[in-house]
Design a protein around this ligand. Sequence first.
Ligand SMILES: Cc1cc2nc3c(=O)[nH]c(=O)nc-3n(C[C@H](O)[C@H](O)[C@H](O)COP(=O)(O)O)c2cc1C
Ligand code: SF4
Length: 539
Amino acid sequence: MAPPTQVLVCDSTACRSSGGEQLFKVLRGEIKDLGLDVRVVKTGCYGFCGLGPVAVVHPGAVLYCHVDEDGAGEIARTHLRGGRLVQRLLYRSMNGEGRRNFLHEIPFFEKQQRVVLENSGLIDPEDINEYIARDGYFALAEALRSRAGPAGVVDAVLRSGLRGRGGAGFPTGRKWSFAAAQESPEKYIICNADEGDPGAFMDRSILEGNPHAVLEGMLIAGYAVGAREGYVYVRAEYPLAVKRLEIAIRQAQKLGLLGKNILGSGFNFDVDIALGAGAFVCGEETALLRSAMGFRGEPRVRPPYPVEKGLYDKPTIINNVETLANVPVIIRCGPEWYAALGTGGSKGTKIFSLAGQIRNTGLIEVPMGISLADIVYDIGGGPPPGRRIKAVQTGGPSGGAVPAELLDVPVDYESLQAVGTIMGSGGLIVLDDTDCMVDLAKFYMQFAAHESCGACTPCRVGVVHVVDILERITRGEGTMDDLHELGELADDVREASLCGLGQTAANPVLSTMKYFWDEYLAHVKERRCAAGVCKALSH
Ligand SMILES: Cc1cc2nc3c(=O)[nH]c(=O)nc-3n(C[C@H](O)[C@H](O)[C@H](O)COP(=O)(O)O)c2cc1C
Ligand code: SF4
């Protein structure tokens, strides 16, 4: 029997914003009018966010890009009824490599490895049965029936080498073993879905494309450490992710995959949603805890760490969305399989959002250890025509700029740190000769100043002072004394601040001063901004 014809329409926030919902409606209407036996499915993101709205026709995996209302009608009539491809909507490489008809032919995917995003773009995120049909909740079942019990699960996560994807890269298995060792009848699992980094949307895409993978990760974590309750702390600005989570929780409860005596194992676990307050600092774990308990989201000194004293002073695991979405894969495919992906110290894959001066913007998942150059040129397609890449900002506001000459650096926790930046949560912003590095540093410092909770002086006052200096420099009023003070102040803020926000706020300044000192000098000594961004200096 021939496989059924299906059209998968990306229904993520990015494709919605370029008309995805309309595409879905028109396509479904046309298919009905034509009396075709074709299923139209709303899915999560493929990663091609710059080409939206996107639809893929199966069998054949034919990719259509920028599908407007007329295009939806053409797909129905020409392709689905007539059996001919709609040429004008097929993918065309901006590198001049010509047209590509099928998803697997597109260079964008060649160096990617979709492990966490395996099902995103393939299944309907609002239908639990589609997740189950792709082996969803099998890892949970395996964990529950394993003779090794909860300790065996912790051991598997330890052996996989999984490290937290929320920024700091702390080994997940170690965090879980600390939590498991706590003597407490009440423990909590919190999924950190705050994602406040400007330009980052990895966690949103996971939740929108496959919310059950995150719930399954939380369930396995709960079983492993002896917790019965979990919360997803998700920013209120992510309404689609929240809606899909709510649906996923309801469906899992209905099937007995959440609640009491899960799969007849005697294990009880339920999940609720806590809406975030929309401040970057609320992603910091101790601030998140306060915010989740209904207080102002202000960080506190650690220790005690949340694994000892977390939500309502009970042992609490806080893990990032992507970290938790890795867990079912680890249990299903085995820690050895997982540990063979990536590098010695950084296992698995990492999801990045690619933005800035690059041809293919969007969402990618790559094995750890791939070089930044491979990401930027082979996956991202390089800079727009006639431009030259200057640097890549990794790690968002807490990270730094890697200059073009160092782009061969492997993407892993240690190597990125060695060149003065961090992996962070996965925002990658590509900068070219039309970007000013002093202005970039100013942008991130202004962000930090705006987002500082103000509880400690070095951050509250110091960051504002750094912004003042950068503003002077970009206005053409900076002096050599300013440059000297900038470096010292940035160091002081890093050392004296209470939480990660202040401790990392000056990283973009320090890294741009290290690699782009000549741009700072040109602004101060020659009153010149070569990129033409700082208006007062552009003559
Ligand atoms: C200012 C600030 C913001 C943060 N925002 C997030 C966030 O949005 N999501 C996240 O998972 N971790 C964020 N973190 C890191 C968390 O504090 C914590 O380390 C992480 O959730 C732990 O999960 P992981 O071990 O799975 O990475 C932030 C940290 C700081 C200092
Ligand atoms: S470092 Fe900044 S954000 Fe963190 S506690 Fe201090 S003032 Fe608040």
